[in-house]
Design a protein around this ligand. Sequence first.
Ligand SMILES: [Mg+2]
Length: 343
Amino acid sequence: MSRKIVHLDMDCFYAAIEVRDHPHYKGKPVGVGGESGRGVLTTANYEARKFGCRSAMPVFKAKQLCPHLILTPIRFEVYRKESRRIRKIFARYTDLIEPISLDEAYLDLSYRRESGAAVAGEIRKAIFDETGLTASAGIAPNKMLAKIASDWNKPDGQLEIGLQDVEAFMRGLRIGKIPGVGQRGLSTLAKMGVQTCGDLQKYAKAELVGHLGRWGLELYDRCRGRDDREVLVDRIRKSLSKEKTFRENIHDVEWLIQILRGLMEEVQKSVATHKDQRIKSRFIKLKFEDFSQTTAEKSGSQIDEMVFVDLLRIAWNRGQGKSVRLLGVGIKFTSEQDQLEFL
Ligand SMILES: [Mg+2]
């Protein structure tokens, strides 16, 4: 049975929120971020894109291209809140939601009887009615095609690629539209005479592997519109921790505190790569000489040495003098469910 996958993508999300919240920006070029004059833009609205402004572009360059560009500071809290509202709308239609970022998600609607395009249209209308923001959607039998399709009629549009359309659609598709084919891939493929997916289809599997290695195998399927990846509901991390198992058991809590500092720094670094998630608690895990283990946890969002040291002492005391063979330091993120409950 063919699947119904929808890729929902908000239209220049951060910039659209800023324009909505500052009505006098409407119709003017707006860039989000880099207000210090040194940073880079995170998003530009369509008016700014007409001048060539792009996300990740240094602000000074954007200003050269578009001297009247309005720069607004990043307000992550506001974007997160809108993102939660939007996911709550998704949840009315399916449980199978894979958020990719604050402004993008895959939905699996296979078990619904209505057409994917009809549901996608309803979702986009609900988003607009409830947040004033526009979204684009791609509807297709798999994730890759849905993602390509959501970009097709942007902004505020959608495209459905039916199973019967896939072959013709892929044949004419520019190879650069395949997610993961970047500038370097494009130039390699250009040397092989490949401009479209149809061109690539003429290569045998073994030839592609010869030219491109493992990536060739993936492209062999992708250029035919094939993609079996599931919609991953639990993609968002629930927790993050760093652990150390000792060669010899440790009998001294002060020594454990020294080790804790190093682990805490590692946790801090990893957390920095999950900026769009919020920490709800901190924990310490100890495994004792007899392999029993205990976890001490405290709510709160700061990665604070005092808190971890307190937790370590609490966990240590539970061991009643047993030596320790493993120390873990970690945090838990708010789950989607928690986030919905904030509303
Ligand atoms: Mg987007």
